[in-house]
Design a protein around this ligand. Structure first.
Ligand code: HEC
Ligand code: HEC
Length: 386
């Protein structure tokens, strides 16, 4: 049973429709904004950055098996401002936020022991009666994303061994160190391209600068960092350019930049460790390491046979729970003697997208402007939703 498949594309679809009308604050000020600075009717989730606020909406959708309109009503389709309207379901959801906070505070010492997902499990109606069917059928295969470090797991290979083996597998430390920049071109598909294939450009430097530009039908969508600050810009976003404040999204952008040059991983991740029980991805045994980037926990999965990275799984912490993000890597090709994945499949609570690169050019000079704050188009081009 996978209710997520049923609901998530709808959640993403709903977010996309926000392009048609942006809030007045769409003009950016250059300073990170809190949810209540941008949205009109924020009562429970105040004091959190806009991007984290949007992550909580993805979390709600995933936790209840809902899309945006189930809570916000159909009027939001095509009108971003309508999200501020009160609806009975929205009021229930807000009350539930208070209930969950109170349970955690009074019963679990403030620990995030209970979230919406604890009860809802991707359904609007939590169950009260144990299922006999579930009790007597084979449980689904273990989810590799859920493996945790245990004392009983073998101590060898160490996290260092796994990372060293990865560097060897992609070409060896010398070649890895000699690759200092690359650009890539390929095709992207996701909810913001209506799942059609649109061109994507990648720019990456070993200094931590990283940029991905997808040329969607409605305009460019950009995720970029100059190594310190990061911005997202896109026609489907509530604001034209959003500077990411410290938190899950910023950690994610920095992690992508580090993964582009695996030689930098050991210094980018902190608290790197291993000790996971045996687990599989697509029936292949994988070695798992865990680390932290900023405040986000990251797990990296390496194919035991090839040593190559096959999955990144990251938890973005929000005030209502942790939002999972997964990227699966495949189709490795040599770029200046270093194996780089040409296919990435991103999966998160708001949808799935894929990147298929056709060409990568190593060690090229890249204009610093590619890593600077993106400049929004003078007039957003908005095509009607098909
Ligand atoms: C389970 C119900 C639920 C779902 C599903 C949900 N939201 Fe919300 N949304 C809320 C609640 C509750 C608030 C008010 C939060 C508060 O008061 O702090 C809110 C507020 C908002 C606001 C702020 C509006 C304003 O101007 O005050 C936006 C924007 C928003 N949601 C977008 C979305 C999007 C986009 C989705 C789908 C990805 C979504 N929501 C899914 C419950 C939900
Ligand atoms: C302790 C268990 C529990 C937790 C935790 C919980 N809920 Fe609920 N929720 C319920 C129950 C029980 C109902 C009532 C379902 C019914 O009437 O069938 C409900 C109903 C709802 C509904 C109404 C659904 C509808 O369409 O009528 C919404 C919306 C909702 N919850 C949102 C949330 C959100 C958002 C969170 C996290 C902040 C959350 N809940 C956490 C138990 C929980």
């Amino acid at each position: 049973m996978n209710l997520n498949n049923r609901v998530l594309p709808a959640a993403a679809f709903c977010a996309l429709l926000g392009v048609i009308s942006l809030p007045a604050q769409a003009q950016t000020t250059g300073k990170p904004l809190m949810a209540e600075d941008v949205f009109k009717n924020v009562q429970a989730l105040r004091g959190i950055p806009v991007n984290q606020f949007m992550e909580t909406m993805g979390f709600f959708s995933a936790a209840l098996g809902y899309n945006c309109t189930n809570c916000h009503g159909n009027d939001v389709l095509g009108n971003w401002e309508k999200y501020a309207d009160e609806t009975p379901v929205k009021r229930t959801a807000r009350r539930m936020i208070l209930v969950v906070n109170a349970i955690n505070k009074t019963q679990f010492g403030g620990r995030e022991a209970v979230t919406c997902y604890t009860c809802h499990r991707s359904s609007p109606s939590p169950k009260t009666i144990p299922s006999l069917v579930e009790q007597y059928t084979e449980p689904p295969a273990d989810d590799p994303n859920e493996v945790e470090i245990t004392a009983r797991a073998p101590k060898i290979p160490t996290a260092d061994d796994i990372l060293n083996r990865y560097i060897d597998a992609i070409g060896g430390a010398q070649k890895v160190a000699a690759l200092t920049s690359y650009t890539g071109t390929g095709r992207y598909d996701g909810f913001d391209s209506y799942h059609g294939k649109v061109p994507v450009d990648l720019y990456a430097k070993v200094t931590g600068e990283h940029s991905i530009v997808t040329h969607t039908q409605n305009g460019d969508s950009v995720t970029v960092t100059n190594g310190k600050t990061a911005w997202i810009m896109g026609p489907d976003k509530p604001m034209s350019v959003l500077e990411l404040v410290p938190g899950g999204d910023l950690d994610g952008v920095k992690l992508d930049a580090a993964l582009a040059f695996p030689g930098t991983l050991k210094k980018t991740l902190t608290d790197i460790k291993t000790g996971f029980p045996a687990t599989l991805i697509d029936d292949r045994p994988v070695s798992v390491i865990q680390g932290m980037i900023g405040g986000s926990k990251v797990k990296l999965y390496f194919d035991k046979e090839t040593g190559l990275l096959t999955r990144m799984y990251r938890l973005s912490h929000t005030v209502i729970g942790s939002v999972p993000v997964q990227i699966d890597y495949s189709d490795y090709h040599e770029v200046a003697g270093v194996k780089i994945p040409f296919q990435w499949k991103n999966t998160w609570t708001d949808g799935q997208s894929s990147y298929i690169f056709e060409a990568m050019t190593p060690n090229v000079a890249i204009d610093a402007a590619k890593f600077a704050r993106p400049v929004p188009p003078a007039k957003p081009v908005v095509k009607p939703v098909q």
